[in-house]
Design a protein around this ligand. Structure first.
Ligand SMILES: *Cc1c(COP(=O)(O)O)cnc(C)c1O
Length: 353
């Protein structure tokens, strides 16, 4: 089966080999306090910094998922309230989870078919963290990297947290423009699910200290302490950390991957635009996600596309949330092969033109 699901997604083709290596080298059984683990963790972080341009003074933490990170932020970096800007299901879920812990948190919801303007963002004076979903996987939109820079310049004295679950390692991001970035590895990294990454600025770490939350195993201050020795507060997904290290070691620098993602994105947009029975869900080129595409059509046609794709050995992404029945999502993640894209496009051309 060819997999275009936007997460969990097609894994990097070298994964079977790396998994066998991990088994043979005994990695799958090592203790998470051992020098062997520390070595892997250290090397993983070194590769991440090098390949993703992570600023030298930012810290990298392992989590179990992006969802866990929403909660870490709520517990460790918010005392009273946060401000959420969102246009789709993931951003809304993050807002809803945070509100359960901090009922005073507020949000600004904009339409999935609208390009956000800076004057729409009015962060209340008491909001400590501005929460953005850079790549909204549910409706295939993005907040452009440059726009996050504009928010940064407008709000210099707040923490900015950015959900990049389905774009980190797929596109180039100016990480200096925010304080907390997080993702899970089953999307652009092309790894099996069960590991997340949280990247924090010195200001975020400092603020966590000030908030002083220590009630949880995943309180950020406790994570910081363990990470001094490249460790975690719990037994982490050692195998996945090892795989991440291997995948990053073999990966080109993010600039190269970014160009590949963008080129493929443009090719997909041009290709999909030639069909009259369905359209791209979002028609604004400046806010279309580079890593996930979504097409919209009537429910019968969309159902038909999914079913016939399966018969042809192609898994396409189901619609999400309110677009569940009338959209198809297509991952444009780096692990997907050129040849697979060609087969998928041929399937559309033969069946639906
Ligand atoms: C997939 C996704 C999540 C959730 O990731 P988990 O690893 O399941 O926690 C959160 N945010 C966005 C934008 C996503 O695409």
């Amino acid at each position: 089966m060819l997999n275009f699901y936007p997460g969990p997604s097609r894994v990097n083709s070298k994964i079977p080999r790396y998994m066998l290596d991990a088994y043979r080298e005994g990695v799958v059984s090592i203790n998470h306090r051992s020098p062997d683990f520390i070595e892997i963790s250290k090397s993983c972080q070194k590769q991440l910094r090098k390949k993703l341009n992570i600023p030298a003074d930012y810290s990298i933490f392992y989590t179990s998922s992006a969802t866990e990170t929403w909660e870490i932020i709520a517990q460790s970096l918010i005392q009273k309230s946060s401000y959420h800007v969102f246009n789709g299901d993931f951003g809304e879920k993050w807002f809803a989870y945070t509100q359960k812990l901090h009922p005073k948190s507020t949000g600004y919801e904009f339409s999935y078919d609208h390009a956000l303007k800076l004057d729409e963002i009015n962060v209340p004076s008491q909001a400590e963290v501005i929460c953005l979903t850079q790549n909204e996987t549910s409706n295939a939109t993005q907040i452009p990297d440059s726009f996050i820079g504009e928010i940064r310049r407008k709000y210099t004295n707040r923490l900015i947290a950015v959900d990049v679950t389905s774009s980190l390692a797929g596109i180039n991001l100016s990480l200096k423009n925010a304080d907390i970035w997080f993702a899970s590895v089953q999307k652009c990294f092309g790894l099996p699910a069960g590991l997340g990454l949280m990247i924090c600025s010195p200001e975020a770490i400092e603020y966590a200290k000030k908030v002083g939350n220590r009630q949880h195993y995943n309180s950020l201050s406790a994570m910081v302490e363990k990470m001094k020795d490249y460790q975690t507060t719990h037994t982490p997904n050692v195998l996945n950390i090892y795989l991440l290290q291997q995948v990053m070691r073999a990966a080109p620098k993010i600039g190269v991957t970014h160009d590949k993602t963008l080129k493929r994105f443009k090719n997909w947009v041009a290709f999909l635009s030639s069909f009259s029975s369905f359209q791209l869900l979002n028609s604004h080129p400046e806010i279309q996600s580079y890593t996930v595409l979504a097409i919209k059509g009537d429910e019968k046609l969309i159902g038909n596309i999914h079913q016939r794709a399966r018969q042809a050995g192609i898994i396409l992404g189901k619609g999400y949330g309110k677009f569940k029945e009338n959209t198809v999502r297509i991952a444009n993640f780096p692990a997907i092969k050129e040849r697979e894209i060609k087969i998928c496009q041929k399937f559309f051309k033969r069946g639906f033109e």
